[in-house]
Design a protein around this ligand. Sequence first.
Ligand code: FAE
Length: 550
Amino acid sequence: MSDSPMRANGSSGLSRRGFIAGTSSIFGVAALSGRASAASTAAIPTAVGATVIDPGAHVPVLIIGTGYGGSVAALRLAQAGVDVHMIEMGMSWDTPGSDGNVFANTTSPDQRSYWLRTRTKQPLSNFLGFPLDKDVPRYTGILDAEEFAGITVYQGRGVGGGSLVNGGMAVTPRRENFGAILPTVDAAEMYDVYYPRANSGLGVNHIDPAWFDGAACYQYARVGRKHAQRSGFPFVFVPNVYDFDYMKQEAAGAVPKSALAGEVLYGNNHGKKSLQKTYLAQARATGRVTISPLHKVTSVSPAAGGGYTVAIDQINTSGDTTATKSVTADRVFFAAGSVGTSKLLVRLKATGALPGLNGEIGKGWGDNGNVMCGRANHMWDATGKLQASMPTGGIDNWAAGGAFAEVAPLPTGIETYASFYLSITKNPNRAEFSWNAATGRVDLSWQTAWKQPSINAAKTIFDKINSKEGTIYRTDLFGTNKIWGDHLTYHPLGGAVLGKATDNYGRLHGHPGLYVIDGALIPGNTSVNPFVTITALAERNIERIIADDL
Ligand code: FAE
């Protein structure tokens, strides 16, 4: 398709530098014009208010990780009268820096933004031909861009896990798709009991459609809706854990801005109901849950007198180990996320620490079919200078084309005439984690070429929209002349799959008292954004474990 002189593809009316200086996106983002300076003076939030674990301690339950699975387990166990200690490798994220904010803005990453990197690794790496990454001081920041041979996996680090950095999209899969997501789980009880429980616990809310229709900050989403509908695709509203009443007040200028200031990828200072404000707040209020931030579990092995010996490195904000601790726990829950849990279990099996684990450990890993792209709109389809960083709409072509595409923001502060999308697709490829004794690391077998089915699925939507609208794909967002963001995932799933590496409730085979309760249980795809399903499955499993095992 040829370019049209009327198309505003980013070069008309604005200088490249002007564009770049404002660029940021939930899915991309940017640091520009020297704003991502290594000399950032924001003070360093430290872990306060936490009761860190003592060497030699004995705890009834130890949970590795404080994301969705870990937070659900902690709350329900505490409510059942069990004392719980949570170990979290990231920081507590509860103390403002000298700029008055706990979290860095998406447009100006500093040391708070990345996990132990000296240079940012932004999902949207380029804009109009310019690379966007900048040097930052090495620090235990909030977003980890973990690199494997064929894929970069983005994950949240800190008390609250992925809830600290994610877009808050809280999507319950369509029921007819559930059988393919978790084939061994009773759909009726999930949709009658555990999805509603998860939605309630997470504080999921819906945008007011009348407000959406008039809000300047959702012009980009209305353009996305119009284009979807004109090509015959259903546009659906997506619930979120960002408080839409707060957002209304932001738009009215009544409260400090967060979503309307572009905050998301490096944390939201206001408005978002992260796990710190929901499950973890409730868990702490029981008085039975304590958390050790900046502590990393390195080993779990059977203890001589029963239970498990857990080895932990305490680290500083440079990532250096400052103490090693050995504690015992009667039961251990692996809630370190799909990648964290899989890496631990694969290594512990291969090195003989947990010899009873079965051959399914490390298998069944998928990227939830994530692939990104942008489209260049015509001048008459402006997407708006002000864009809420919390997406609230999607294009559902799952049944016909195997793709569910979020209409995502590009909150640059200037008009870009761009539409941007993160698609979740039906990608059948599954990778495996394996122990590499030579490097002392766990490898992942995913290959970049395995994204092709995702690109094909996304094209079922965007080729049609481009053809209908007379528009083209952006080629400047992920490199030079590159249409597809096929190098990453935000949604790692699998590696210790339910009913394979574990029983049907997450009990690891071969070692009674060890459980998996996070995204590692889900075999690679949820057809929509995953955290509601991870939370609902954790609610289901912990109820059974409390009833039968404790
Ligand atoms: P997770 O939340 O990753 O928690 C694991 C925790 O364990 C982390 O805090 C780790 O630091 C910690 N940990 C790991 N290893 C260790 C160790 N050895 N010792 C101690 N602690 C450890 O796991 N999903 C949606 O549904 N909607 C969205 O809008 C959305 N947007 C996203 C945007 C971004 C940028 C990213 C990165 C993710 C997004 N996700 C979204 C994915 C979602 O956050 C993710 O699926 C969940 O956070 C996974 O939950 P888990 O409980 O499995």
